[in-house]
Design a protein around this ligand. Sequence first.
Ligand code: SAM
Length: 270
Amino acid sequence: MLESLNILPKKSLGQNFLHDPNALEKIVQSAELPPDALVLEIGPGTGALTARLAQAARRVVAFETDVRLRPVLEAMQQQYPNLKVVWGDFLEVDLEGVVGGDPYYVVANLPYYITSAILRKLLEHPNPPKRIVVTVQREVADRITAKSGEMSLLSVSVLFYGKPELVMRLNPAVFWPRPDVESAVVRIDTFSQPPVDVPDDETFFKVVRAGFGQKRKQLKNSLANGLALTNEQADQVLAGAEIDGRRRAETLNLEEWAILTRIYAALPKN
Ligand code: SAM
């Protein structure tokens, strides 16, 4: 199809098209879409996943930046009147204007070069998707679903907003062109309320970012540097949370980050 349109896939846009029918089917199934679902797809490409989503959901809004794909996706819109294609960079899209306060789902084979930015935009939105099912780079999937002891800024962020789960690994051979990296599908069921008690999201992420700010450093040093605390203040926060300051950020669980945030937020401000 792409040859007949004279389109060469662009590596810079993360264009590796998933052509395996079983994998596409499993992605849609794992989203468990109710028939009245509104689904957003980021990067419909040639529409292999889009068509299946349009069959499974009430409405699909697909965001594609590569206008060379216009003929393919416009033909698909003719076939599926419940599909709308929005042209442009998804990161620039006013999500509020698209979904308002309605519940919605996100199902997509993401362009890998902006995976984190897309997840951040979705999860931090005041009305986040009810569920996200996305194909990402295998290493990113491993980080999203990391076990305790191997946490990262990404895994803590995802756990704050939802419950992540690995759906399946994907061999590079199921894509055309074959990517250099392995892939995996993850599902994130979002929470309606954060699972931990923190004064506000901003302070929570300020503390977590500070903690992970310096790779392989002990927590006490990372927090003192990242939050501009004196040694005494850093000791006070850690002692109040009953957390050993020699630990590394990777070993803290979500509740421990929440306790640190509460104590940090209660420090007298000078
Ligand atoms: N959904 C198709 C599939 O499953 O085969 C294509 C997935 S491909 C990995 C990623 C798609 O995202 C490409 O079609 C690419 O043009 C598109 N894309 C890249 N950057 C984008 C952006 N900033 N906003 C929207 N789409 C983007």
